[in-house]
Design a protein around this ligand. Structure first.
Ligand code: CTP
Length: 152
């Protein structure tokens, strides 16, 4: 019961089945490091998992995720499960899913792309989910996982 190494939370969100090593990135893209008045954030790294061998877990007390935040997590941690906790109970559980079209959450890696100069919402088409590859709607630049993670 590796889960017992990290305390249960009362109200909030547990992001489970994160690929080992990606937990910090999940905390970063959710901006949890900058929360001054937020609740507790718990990170477990390299926990044994039946499905993944090793996994990371992020628990955020008092926070519930927006659709945009769930989509960001999907790009970083496509295997993740989101658990919504109320009064210590899991009241909802779902797997994240990489969307076919990504709008607003990713910046284009091409410095000359119009999205850096005009007020247009960046938009990308997902060409491949595994390995992750997207194409910019505006400049047609393609980006792979490493560049995508750097531009979230
Ligand atoms: N959890 C928590 N606080 C709670 C309830 C659950 O931190 N009050 C965490 C558990 O530690 C686990 C996750 O939320 O990491 C999901 O809980 P649960 O569905 O009970 O666990 P499993 O059945 O092992 O989940 P799965 O089937 O998704 O692997």
């Amino acid at each position: 019961m590796a889960e017992l190494k990290v305390s249960a939370i009362k109200e909030g969100t547990v992001i489970d089945h994160i690929p080992a090593g990606k937990g910090l990135k999940v905390i970063q893209i959710l901006g949890l490091g900058e929360l001054k008045n937020g609740g507790a954030v718990l990170l477990a790294m390299n926990v044994p998992s039946k499905k993944l061998g090793r996994k990371d877990i992020v628990k955020v007390e008092g926070k519930f995720l927006s659709e945009e935040e769930v989509n960001k997590i999907a790009l970083v941690a496509p295997t993740a499960t989101v658990n919504i906790i109320r009064e210590y109970k899991v009241v909802e559980k779902f797997k994240v899913e990489i969307p076919d079209v990504i709008e607003g959450i990713l910046k284009c890696g091409n410095p000359n792309c119009i999205t850096h100069y005009e007020y247009v919402t960046p938009k990308f088409y997902v060409i491949s989910k595994e390995p992750l590859k997207v194409r910019c709607h505006y400049c047609e630049r393609t980006m792979e996982e490493e560049e995508i993670l750097a531009n979230l």
